[in-house]
Design a protein around this ligand. Sequence first.
Ligand SMILES: *Cc1c(COP(=O)(O)O)cnc(C)c1O
Length: 385
Amino acid sequence: MKNYLLTPGPTPVPPEALDAMARPIIHHRTPQFQAILKEVEEGLQSVFQTKGKVLILTSSGTGAMEGAVSSLLSPGDKAICVSGGKFGERWGELCAAYGIEFIPIDVEWGKAVDPEKIKEILQADGIRNMDNGRRIKAVYVTLCETSTGVATDIKAIAEITKNHEAVLVVDAISALGAVPLRTDEWGIDVVVSGSQKGLMIPPGLAFISLSDKALKLADSSKLPKYYFDFKAYKKSIDKNDTPYTPAVNLIIGLNEALKIIKKDGIDNVIKRHQKHAAAVRAAMKALGLELLAPDAYSDAVTAVKSPEGVDSAKLVKTMRDTHGVAMAGGQAQLKGKIFRIATMGYITADDLKKGMETLETVLAELGYKFEKGAGVKALEKGLAS
Ligand SMILES: *Cc1c(COP(=O)(O)O)cnc(C)c1O
């Protein structure tokens, strides 16, 4: 049975990258590897849309999130953590782990944050802390909240943080390469990402870009840290090197994936994601299904409400175990209530067609009534447009 991955990470890996990763390993302190690292760095800068250096860490995406707390802040600093799902919650958990007091902005799951809320808190911070200066040093947000399929208006938030001492830190782990993200142009200080979503590589690499404002904050940061000390990664990458042994083969695979993105052009890659996600949304509508986030959807992953009487956990399990098609279910409070179809990275139109056929088959088996074939037809129409 062939397995289809329509999950929001890990995502399928293109054959060029698989081939490259299967080649004999090379040593990392060699001109041969440094030449690859240089190409990878340039490719990352163009996907992140930044002139600044992108740090490459050997960890899953959460390692870079942890570093974005421990490597930037100092004891006594405060932060704002926006949370509207499982991954937004992680920012608060990370701050708590490092003893950083944070002001939570909790958004209903399935909705996007109103940037004005962030503005109000940042403005009040300046008034309250007249004698000892502003204390909010970072605003942590999620571009695509993978657990709900919501996209946040990062551009509007960056307009606000630009005029404040706090840095804007964006979790773009599932968003990078899938939805528009203009790091330098919008004025985003820190962008965090990972390898196993839009970048089309197996799990194991994390990335982080830092603005000058963020680099200054990192320079004065006093929280305890070692492996995720951004200063060490910055110093190394400036010399086209890494501080510790990197995941050599993943970086070699990433080079191939970045070449594919470069060949297509990042704007066309984003357009393909828009088309695929729009086709999925049209298919859901044709099946009479409702989206969890109809007003703030992301083109990286679509969250769909399971119809009345259908347990989405069972739907997802049957699709995966009986038909070899993996989609994601709901997490935490959404468990059993939604299923999620990813459209990120190397998930192709054919993968989506197979996914839709299987979804229809299993929905029918579970007793849901709909016009057979309507989802596949709407999907195909969307993909052909
Ligand atoms: C996948 C994901 C993460 C977690 O990344 P790991 O690689 O599992 O550590 C964090 N945030 C978002 C938005 C994600 O989609």
